[in-house]
Design a protein around this ligand. Sequence first.
Ligand code: ADP
Length: 454
Amino acid sequence: MTDSLQRRDIKKVVIANRGEIAVRAIRTCKELGIKTVAVYSEADKDSLHVMLADEAICIGPPNPQESYLNIPNIISAAEITGADAVYPGYGFLSENPKFAEIVEANGLIFIGPSPQTLRLIGNKVKAKQIAKRAGVPTIPGSARRTTLEEALDIAYEIGYPVILKAAAGGGGRGMRVVYSEKELREKYPLARSEAKVSFGDDTVYIEKFLLNPKHIEVQILADMHGKVVPVGDRECSIQRRHQKVIEEAPSPSIDTPTREKLYEAAVKFAKAVNYQGAGTVEFLYDTQSGNFYFIEMNGRIQVEHPVTEMVTGIDLVKWQFLIAMGEKLDIPLYPQINGMALEMRINAEDPRTFTPAPGPVERLILPGGFGVRVDTHLYQGYKVPPFYDSLLAKFIVWAPNREELMNRALRVLDETVIEGTGLKTNIEFHKFILQTKEFREAKHHVKLLEELGY
Ligand code: ADP
């Protein structure tokens, strides 16, 4: 295909998401001169994304199954408004190959990788096989559907502890750590039936459970013309129950040769799956051996993408749109990294139990000042509905060095007020993390919060 044939204009886009990421995407669309259509559930009629979009269409009741996951209603919204593209954001339908296929079958542009690519990377077993074939290091263990007998043999060989993973798992779910043969025999059937119930696929595989690794990921941008750029890395080792809490760019834990190898591996994988758009290749890094291992690729914009934007000056969402339109990726092969950035995920949750604590926003003071970016859908008077993800806001701070970064992050938390009846946040938890010796010295790892009792 020639370049001119690949160029497709986007004049109006349906934003098939809600909350801060819908707001984030609408902002970039405004700057690009693309009209936006918000879709919303009945619970979100007073949401900021609805107010900011040029048009808005209600797609169903609060239950996400009937609204944000309701494919026919989202396609209808595009038809009614004459939109020519769909932007999926993260979560919901963003990595659903069927959705991407239906969008394209309706003559609309899906802003993301192809359904084929989504299918390859959405299955962790397939992805692992591709990584292996491409010469990207993977964690010792199996790279295919594994029976209990095989799992026992492999575990014997690689040694306990091991981790059982659901091939179709995601979002920190579908993983079980196993410390002994007895436990493996017990947990294997559970992992299998849980995978079937949660993800509709009972494929389970096994890996060596790495002790206290760091989670380091590479942001990728890839255009339709074969250019693949590693747009820096992020470290996301502050996790609670496999869920990221604080992310940072660049990783404070790797040296230049390791970083170069990591970028090379990420690009190799992205090319092996014919990646197009913005995506993230995730690795676990073993600080003792200095080895890193591929864990998965996410075929969408990530929650933590702003830290990359802060240190590179590259608008990743803008490039998602331009790439989908067939433009050539007009950024350097190795974008320059300036300073450091850190993101804190502010959730509506009880600080003691970590259970969701939504409610009305009665008093709101958001942070600001030099080196501060706030991505949020909150406003005073907004009622946080109980039906969705508890993410309220992302506080992103930038500084020239890590000490100033930490001080700025604490300052930002100190000046924030998010209050209302029943509404609670994890702001104090963030303050606690920022003051731990391990995090300040960048000696943190994915198990740190668990070791500290969380
Ligand atoms: P998900 O798709 O659910 O996010 P990932 O495969 O990306 O799952 O893993 C999420 C997190 O789980 C990692 O960041 C890490 O903390 C932990 N994890 C996954 N695999 C291993 C492993 N083999 N050893 C130790 N920790 C692991």
